[in-house]
Each structure stands twice: as structure tokens, then as C-alpha cells.
Design a protein around this ligand. Structure first.
Ligand SMILES: O=C1C=CC(=NNc2ccccc2C(=O)O)C=C1
Length: 127
């Protein structure tokens, strides 16, 4: 059957890469996110991510994770589901909320943006 464990390396449609570590028995995981985009001119650093996926039924599990951007005062939360096609190709179909730091309550209304991202697994070449 088509199990989907999130452990491994993924790339989204922006070209950002993420590495998800081992998923424990409770479905919890951590990892690192290397963004391909940046709203700042600061050097791109790796940002930590933490999340969890359903592991009770590994058929197309849902998950969520949070990226705390290490070089800006922003946070992105991703929520989505892992799908495996007939050829065994896995994709993570996600929606995200990006929260940038508002200077004041007056700017609170425009501080959260929403979008979609599809992640595909980065296959290691020498396999
Ligand atoms: O300093 C920053 C602040 C926000 C960022 N958001 N990236 C994202 C937001 C939503 C979905 C994907 C990404 C991405 O980087 O792939 C990246 C760097």
C-alpha cells in the first residue's frame, strides 16, 4: 500500500528545500527549512520547523508544521496532506499562513497572507 512518512528531503514550487527528520511514534517531527525566497537582503539561513503528522493510518496522512524564520520576525504554518500517485510519486499538497511582524495594531489587518504550496520529494541521485 502507499504509505507516506514525511521523513526526508522535499522541494516546493518556489524552489525552497526542507529536510524532515525522523517521525516519532506520536507522529511528531522536526526539521530544517532552506527558503528560496526572502523578503530581506540578509543572508539566507536555515530555519527550524516542527510539526506532526497522522501515523495511525499512513494512507494519505494529514499534517501540519511551523517554520520560525531565523532571519526575520516572521512565522509560517503549513497544513496539508501527502498523496502518492499510481507511480508511487509523493506530493505534499499544502496551504500556508505567513505572519509577518506588524509594526503596530493598526497594521495587524495586513500582517497575515495565505497561499498554497506543493512539495515533491527530492530523490537522492545515487540510489
Ligand atoms: O524571511 C522570510 C520570511 C518569510 C518567508 N516565507 N517563505 C514562505 C512562505 C510561505 C510559503 C513558502 C515559503 C518559502 O520560503 O518556501 C521566507 C523568508
Amino acid at each position: 500500500e502507499r504509505k507516506c512518512i514525511l521523513t526526508g528531503d522535499w522541494q516546493n514550487d518556489l524552489g525552497s528545500n526542507m529536510t524532515i527528520s525522523a517521525v516519532n511514534g506520536a507522529g511528531q517531527f522536526s526539521g530544517l527549512y532552506l527558503t528560496a525566497v526572502s523578503a530581506t537582503e540578509k543572508p539566507i539561513l536555515v530555519s527550524p520547523l516542527n510539526g506532526s503528522q497522522h501515523v495511525d493510518n499512513l494512507e494519505h496522512p494529514t499534517f501540519g508544521f511551523t517554520v520560525k524564520w531565523s532571519f526575520s520576525d516572521s512565522t509560517t504554518v503549513f497544513v496539508g496532506q501527502c498523496f502518492t500517485d499510481d507511480h508511487g510519486k509523493e506530493t505534499l499538497q499544502t496551504m500556508w499562513l505567513l505572519r509577518v511582524k506588524a509594526k503596530s495594531m493598526d497594521d495587524n489587518w495586513k500582517a497575515t497572507t495565505v497561499g498554497t504550496n506543493v512539495f515533491t520529494r527530492i530523490k537522492v541521485q545515487n540510489m
